[in-house]
Design a protein around this ligand. Sequence first.
Ligand code: ADP
Ligand code: ADP
Length: 228
Amino acid sequence: MASITLNHLVKKYGDGFPAVNDVSIDIADGEFIILVGPSGCGKSTLLRMIVGLEDITDGDLLINGTRVNDKAPRDRNLAMVFQNYALYPHLTVYENIAFPLRLAKGKHSDEEVDRLVTEAAATLELTDHLQRKPANLSGGQRQRVAMGRAIVRQADAFLFDEPLSNLDAKLRGQMRSEISQMQRRLGVTSVYVTHDQTEAMTLGDRVAVLKKGELQQIASPRELYEQP
Ligand code: ADP
Ligand code: ADP
């Protein structure tokens, strides 16, 4: 688990207008924070800076108080859950969940992989589906496999990049409550990017509203809701 501190973060692509402009947010250990705003406001860029897939132009990024600006993604111990799930169609659910552990060569014994995958599958109610392929799963089950991958890595934080935007409205509602329950059960620090107001107002402990790269406001859903 981790606290994440964004300290005056700036991202410039080339010499244009900054995609992220002086954004500061203190994310507490175990907090579920939403980054919301219209397309192009800098949400994904900010998330990618946190995970380490995008260089930071200026400012500091701290994880548990340690500056990680120059750390490679693999040394940040954060898990990203992608929009398209990025599941491997030819692998079973078991192997899809185990995949990040197999990548980390020599680090995990087969017994340990088995234990971590079995535990994650139980948490996600996927135990009966471990030998199936992604094509034979529902959208919600695929989403849970994607989360399983994040869980087995025992990451300090989960980063969600619009994970529900490919789903129909009904499934989106269902997955919204699943993600919310999962986050609370695991108590893991989460940063969740969306352009969907409903997700923003129902999922998180706090909502950070971005506009043109700048942090417009940050407040609990209740505070935002009660604003005149
Ligand atoms: P959002 O996720 O809120 O839609 P992005 O973070 O994708 O916003 O983009 C923020 C701004 O940065 C946009 O103006 C976008 O065009 C620009 N941008 C994003 N990625 C790149 C890139 N690789 N090169 C240049 N400009 C980019
Ligand atoms: P490599 O440099 O080994 O070819 P990558 O740069 O894609 O591979 O990833 C190396 C490691 O960085 C991964 O094993 C993973 O721990 C971490 N990593 C890469 N992308 C992400 C991501 N989107 N979310 C979380 N961690 C990532």
